[in-house]
Design a protein around this ligand. Sequence first.
Ligand code: PLP
Length: 459
Amino acid sequence: MKKIFLGEDNLPKKWYNVLPDLPEPLPKPIKPTGEPLTPKDLKPIFPKELIKQEFAEERWVDIPEEVRSVYSLWRPTPLMRATRLEKFLKTPARIYYKYEAVSPPGSHKPNTAVAQAFYNAQEGVERLTTETGAGQWGSALAFSTMLFGLKCTVYMVKVSYEQKPYRRILMQLWGAEVIPSPSTKTKAGRAILEKDPQSPGSLGIAISEAVEDAVVHENTKYSLGSVLNHVLLHQTIIGLEALEQMKSIDEYPDIVIGCVGGGSNFAGISYPFYGETVAKKAPKDVEFLAVEPTASPSMTKGVYTYDHGDTARLTPLLKMYTLGHDFVPPPIHAGGLRYHGAAPTLSLLVKHGKFRSIVYDQVSVFKAAQIFAQTEGFVPAPETAHAIKAVIDEALKAKETGEEKVILFNYSGHGLLDLKAYDDYLSGKLQPYYYPREKIERSLSKLFELYPNIYKTQK
Ligand SMILES: Cc1ncc(COP(=O)(O)O)c(C=O)c1O
């Protein structure tokens, strides 16, 4: 079978919360003073319901009917079998992918954007601010705020703003204001530009600008597209559907693969399967593989410690794998993977060896994307192509061992608005960027100097 559908009636009614199933309690977020962060501290930037979800201990959280109704525009998404890729690779592995590219903005991002816009609208918020890398998240929030009657301001990482005009147009079409970051609109942006007028921007810088904008303006809140617990919670709809779809054809993955920027699409597809292994309901051992770019390898080469989520240090300190909050990754085409940190829950699972991470350079990634496009036909987002590279390598390993491995991966978005990146690849202009070790070390040692009180005990 090529496509496995779930009926609209089977759209999940609850999200899965991984917090109670972690191997140890999630280290609490802290303030720069070292004190634990309280829900009250988050009030200036998030609505009450999302703060509640951020700290929620219950395993299942109801999905509001209003959110399910918007989800039904494109959900449940199909689960696809990559039979033509299997044949091309001559592998005994069976490869399945969850096709999140069918959403109006073209990626998994609206799974949380819709929920966040809904809760903000319900609590009387009038405008949301956010950052965006590739423009996928910004377009998801622009789409979702439009549906719930909110205004939206998007700080878009400058290098993407320049490389990806079509996503800017999409955001504007859905009614959002889009500002290239670093910008002169905020104190954080001006400080960066003073030091480096040519700064290509980064997700960390854009987050600083969006948070500052929300904090200094009335009836304005901030919305984050990845990393935080409530964002990952909303994304579990992907894995919950995939679980039902696989079970309906008597399949179960040996390995679940996804690319990682902040961790939301990978957590989305993998956490429900991880939850089954914890509950001893999984019929076999499942491996979980997170794929990062060599240019920004937070989990593979970073350290597990407390760090800010943003460059200007406006956000609290989260315990996670990080390359240091002022690490600015090279301007690779997978803009959505250029983030210095990784979700705290995912970081903890990697630290405990429950999940594994791996890195690939962008040239090998685009090669894999081309193989996929020439076999399955679909053109993946550069971010998604990282997962595809790992899938191909796993399938080739299975060919060597003769194992009928079942591989599941998240097709997090399409690449039809990323054709400039494909053009650069086809004309041989792409560089295989490796992480600049000295830059990471410099950025981490600055972090340790900044908060000696915290790192004395944490290092
Ligand atoms: C298509 C796509 N996949 C993956 C990502 C990475 O983000 P995350 O790790 O939060 O899923 C992005 C981020 O913008 C994206 O646009």
